[in-house]
Design a protein around this ligand. Structure first.
Ligand SMILES: C[S@@+](CC[C@H](N)C(=O)[O-])C[C@H]1O[C@@H](n2cnc3c(N)ncnc32)[C@H](O)[C@@H]1O
Length: 233
């Protein structure tokens, strides 16, 4: 008997209820662990009591978890996402922090308004517009920390296509936009916006320790992280 596979182009709102279910989507859990692994040491360096911090595409906010676990305070923290359903995955959603529904490619903030911008697994909106907006709202001397699934990992599954696939619990396959560039091209995208890459590194599959290893992980880099700084004029 033939099985018919249902495919649909969707958005993260369509996958929001399942995205953080590590049993159903172990690759997402592995990516998040790798992203946190890259970002946490940078949070310690960059996030200070006077910092104004913006997280884009926050979903279950990594910054909010880090602030909670470390007991650190900041001057301003805004967790933003284009999807209310994804943002609602933040356990502290609605608890008094500032949550903002907005497109990372059209940020509703004034120029120079944040010292630190965090984008964990920001491949869905990894475009020239996003980087221009990031450079605009970042204050001079401010930093952005960005992660994405690695180009090497994506090559094995995507064959150059700018979509990520989620096989949902009911069997439907939902595809969402995802732009993943090779490291040199990613740097060019960031630097074209007037930012200077100060650090970059891959996180490898053997560095995953907390989450159950997805069958889709192969030996090699699985997440790539970048930290860039805005020039002081
Ligand atoms: C791969 S998930 C990562 C979520 C979270 N940062 C994490 O590390 O668990 C990507 C997130 O980006 C959000 N997103 C997609 N397109 C966006 C856009 N244009 N502007 C802002 N957020 C967007 C999605 O709703 C989703 O929450």
């Amino acid at each position: 008997m033939h099985r018919i596979q249902r495919y649909r182009r969707g958005t993260y709102s369509d996958v929001a209820l399942e995205y953080y279910n590590a049993g159903l989507h172990p690759t997402c859990a592995n990516f998040r662990e790798a992203s946190q692994y890259f970002l946490a040491p940078w949070f310690v360096k960059l996030i200070q009591i006077r910092s104004r911090v913006l997280e884009t595409g926050a979903g279950h906010s990594i910054v909010s978890d880090w602030l909670h676990d470390s007991g650190k305070r900041v001057s301003i923290f805004v967790a933003s996402d284009v999807s209310l359903r994804m943002l609602s995955n933040s356990p502290r959603f609605g608890s008094g922090s500032v949550y903002c529904l907005c497109d990372a490619k059209q940020l509703p903030f004034a120029n120079n308004s944040f010292d630190v911008i965090v984008s964990s697994l920001g491949d869905p909106y990894n475009s020239a517009e996003f980087w221009r907006e990031t450079a605009r709202v970042l204050s001079p001397g401010g930093h952005v920390a960005f992660t994405t699934p690695s180009f090497e990992w994506a090559q094995q599954y995507r064959n150059g296509i700018d979509f990520a696939e989620f096989v949902m619990n009911d069997g439907e396959v939902v595809t969402v936009p995802s732009r993943i560039e090779e490291q040199r091209e990613q740097e060019r995208l960031i630097e074209c916006a007037g930012l200077s890459v100060v650090s970059k590194r891959h996180i490898f599959e053997y560095e995953i320790q907390k989450t159950r290893r997805s069958p889709k992980l192969r030996a090699g880099p699985i997440v790539s992280g970048y930290v860039a700084r805005k020039f002081v004029e």
